[in-house]
Design a protein around this ligand. Structure first.
Ligand code: ATP
Ligand code: MG
Length: 283
């Protein structure tokens, strides 16, 4: 059977995390900066390294079976592909921003204005929905500079921390979409057993990344209090300690409530808390 192909970004913001995710799924491959294609030695998959803009169409046309790319690029290219799995990295928002001295107060104030962007399709859809007619100026990079050069009255671009906007004298004006990296596939590929296996592995890596393994010691008299603080776990493992009346509790805690939980566990008598990363969670 022919190997499947997955397209990932060759270099840029999604490259490193895409490579890391595939490695965490147990895939062995060489990752030379110069190579455009590499074979996975222990899984029937080849990896293509491409410009991110090309990935949705390569997958739509079946040149690649799978791809990892930002949702913003999928929507912008209007490619007909399957969303197989949200990946939780490459998170950003796409916003309209205006110069801080602009008198535009609400979306309707953009009527008749020029907006510079590298994402004309997404912007056009948003403006149409809001019944705004503006002049969309397509610029391929450094969009933030265009109001200062009087090329536009506003911009529409990716914003993550807002630092680039601020340093160019711009302020956010309207949120248009949020984005993260997505595993996409050509239509029909979701039933392929190799793809199902890869998705399962990815899900187990993503679940593990959201979870910490925690071991703590507690006196038996406080054990009931500790267990009520761990409602997410059906049955934590309790191991007797050499010291009488003490036990060790082994459990997993979601990353997002980690600090809150740890402080409550300490207050309830937990001692010697050891926290470890989790590599994979298979359910
Ligand atoms: P390529 O050379 O592959 O075309 P690029 O320059 O178009 O790369 P990058 O800047 O590497 O793209 O960004 C890739 C993707 O990372 C974006 O499309 C977006 O989904 C995501 N992303 C997350 N945060 C940011 C950010 N702060 N700025 C730009 N992109 C971001
Ligand atoms: Mg690009």
């Amino acid at each position: 059977m022919k190997n499947l192909k997955i397209a990932i970004q060759k270099s840029g913001r999604l490259n490193e995390k895409s490579v890391q995710l595939l490695k965490n799924c147990g895939l062995n491959f060489e990752n030379y900066k110069s190579s455009l294609i590499t074979t996975v030695s222990n899984f029937p998959l080849e990896i293509l390294f491409l410009r991110d803009d090309d990935i949705p169409e390569y997958v739509q046309d079946g040149i690649a079976d799978l791809g990892i790319v930002g949702e913003n690029v999928i929507v912008e290219t209007e490619a007909n592909v399957r969303y197989l799995q949200r990946l939780g990295f490459g998170k950003c928002s796409l916003k309209i921003a205006v110069p801080s001295h602009s008198d535009a107060k609400e979306p309707a104030d953009l009527n008749g204005k020029a907006i510079a962007t590298s994402y004309p399709t997404i912007l056009k859809k948003f403006l149409d929905e809001q019944s705004i007619t503006a002049d969309i100026r397509i610029i391929s990079g450094s969009v933030e500079i265009s109001p200062a050069l009087e090329l536009s009255d506003a911009i529409f671009d990716i914003v993550s921390t807002g630092g680039t906007l601020r340093s160019n004298g711009l302020v956010p004006f309207a949120d248009v979409m949020t984005s993260e990296a997505i595993l996409i596939g050509k239509n029909g590929i979701e039933n392929n057993p190799v793809v199902c296996e890869l998705i399962q592995r990815i899900q187990s890596v993503l679940r593990a990344a959201e979870t910490k393994y925690v071991v703590l010691n507690v006196e038996r008299s406080s054990l009931a209090d500790i267990i009520t603080l761990l409602p997410g776990v059906k049955s934590p493992t309790i191991v007797p300690l050499a010291e009488e009346n003490w036990v060790a509790v082994h459990t997993v805690i979601a990353e997002q409530d980690f600090w809150d939980k740890i402080n409550k566990l300490k207050a309830a008598g937990a001692q010697g808390i050891v926290v470890m990363p989790v590599e994979k969670i298979i359910i």
